[in-house]
Write a protein of this length. Structure first.
Length: 440
């Protein structure tokens, strides 16, 4: 098994154990363990030694395993390779979809392309929804029907149109769907149609994994609190109670009245909330009132006409945004039109997926050793680009760019903005092989 030395040392530090203590607890020779920890990137460890080490540290093996992404910058998949991933899906007694998977590292979430096969004269059977929120785009050439509920309403039954007019690089309508939103699609005519769907990473996944271990009464306490749709006042009361405060006592600590602080929580008094955070160790941004943007089933829609109106020049490309919403800030997408060699370098804060929708393009990027590499991709070619990898596109064609924010998520940015000396902290922590300071 390939272990990541950083993860091993991290858990040694968490357990406050020296190399010698871990070796003794695991029944390993001290020099042998020290030698394994000196392997660049961790190296391959025998299964027996992995088992002994995980027992000594009290962790599961996957907590220590290498991700397989070390120094990975770009993954590409040609149209032919994409077609080789085809999986036919049966639903409601018919051949309902074909699925195809876009480029991504092993084990990573990747967007999928679906052939929509349910005929126009048939109401498509709903699925059960999934934890991950999604961004979906009609690739055409035909329109499709989207369904998001048992009862058909304007919000649950809608045409997702393909672009049949000007600016063909803007291929169709797009929308965002929230977690566990049932959905399904059928053709809207005899014309064939496809979609690309990116079920991006859910920021709730780690919380849900933890809540799965909670007792039933504890989980119901959380759910009951959330059922009341936490307002800034409710969030403040929860966070203040951990610090032994009520709204009234917190107001007294600020030298103001409970009524004034309550009004700030209700109406967004920024200065009062900032002072509250400063004095009591709260992140005042959590206490600002949020304005969400979605329909009755939680989805946010954007049509071709709106995309066309918003088209703009950006770093030598022609771009326009796909559907977006403030309650899903990591889930984002762009249409890109590439013309010649004009496009400048792109540098994304999170992993990015590309789908070539037309033409012949070349992706250029900076490799792990600081060199350059490029690859040609035509229609239905796909690419995955790691965060902060400098890259650009050349040629004549069009793309869809998708991202779900797997590092840096907006939660990462919150945490980094709260971190003392963030650059120094991350520099120290990256591939840190140092113990906690008591080994000779």
């Amino acid at each position: 098994m390939r272990l990541d030395t950083y993860k091993v040392v991290h858990w040694m530090n968490v357990r406050k154990m020296t190399v010698r203590q871990v070796a003794e607890a695991a029944g390993l020779d001290h020099a042998r363990l020290a030698g394994l920890l000196d392997e660049p990137g961790g190296g391959e460890w025998p299964e027996t030694e992995v088992a002994a080490l995980t027992r000594a540290l009290g962790v599961e093996p996957e907590r220590l395993s290498a991700s397989g992404r070390r120094d990975l910058t770009v993954v590409t998949r040609t149209a032919e390779q994409l077609r080789a991933t085809r999986r036919p899906i049966q639903r409601d007694g018919i051949h309902f979809y074909n699925y195809y998977t876009m480029a991504a590292p092993p084990g990573a979430v990747a967007p999928v392309i679906l052939d929509i096969l349910c005929p126009a004269d048939r109401l498509p059977a709903l699925n059960n929804g999934h934890l991950e929120p999604a961004i979906t785009v009609n690739l055409g050439p035909g329109d499709i029907h989207g369904r998001w509920g048992e009862e058909l309403t304007d919000a649950t039954w809608q045409v997702i149109a393909a672009n049949k007019g000007e600016d063909p690089w803007i291929v169709g309508d797009s929308y965002l769907e929230p977690s566990y939103c049932p959905h399904s699609y059928s053709l809207a005519s005899d014309a064939p149609a496809r979609i690309v769907s990116y079920t991006g990473q859910s920021n709730l996944a780690a919380l849900l994994e933890d809540v799965n271990d909670w007792s039933e009464p504890a989980a119901e306490e959380l759910f009951g609190w959330l059922d009341r749709e936490p307002s800034p006042r409710a969030l403040a009361e929860l966070l203040l109670a951990r610090r032994g405060h009520t709204v009234e006592s917190a107001a007294a600590a600020l030298g103001t009245s409970g009524e004034k602080l309550a009004a700030a929580l209700e109406y967004g008094g920024v200065e009062d909330l900032r002072e509250l955070g400063w004095r009591l160790g709260l992140d005042d941004r959590l206490l600002l009132r949020r304005e969400l943007r979605h329909d009755a089933v939680g989805k946010t829609y954007k049509d071709v006409a709106e995309c066309r109106r918003e088209a703009r020049d950006f770093r030598g490309y022609r771009v326009t945004s796909l559907a977006g919403a403030p309650h899903l800030p990591d889930l984002s997408g762009l249409y890109l039109r590439v013309s010649g060699e004009e496009g400048a370098d792109l540098l994304e804060p999170a992993e990015t997926h590309y789908l070539v929708t037309g033409g012949d393009l070349r992706l250029h990027w900076i490799t792990a050793d600081g060199g350059t590499e490029s690859r040609e991709l035509d229609a239905d070619g796909t690419a995955w680009v790691a965060p902060f990898v400098r890259h650009r596109w050349s040629g004549d064609g069009s793309l869809i760019k998708l991202g779900s924010g797997r590092h840096l998520t907006y939660l990462d940015l919150y945490e980094l903005s709260n971190t003392y000396a963030p650059a120094a902290t991350l520099r120290r922590g990256r591939r840190d092989g140092r113990s906690w300071g008591y080994d000779s």
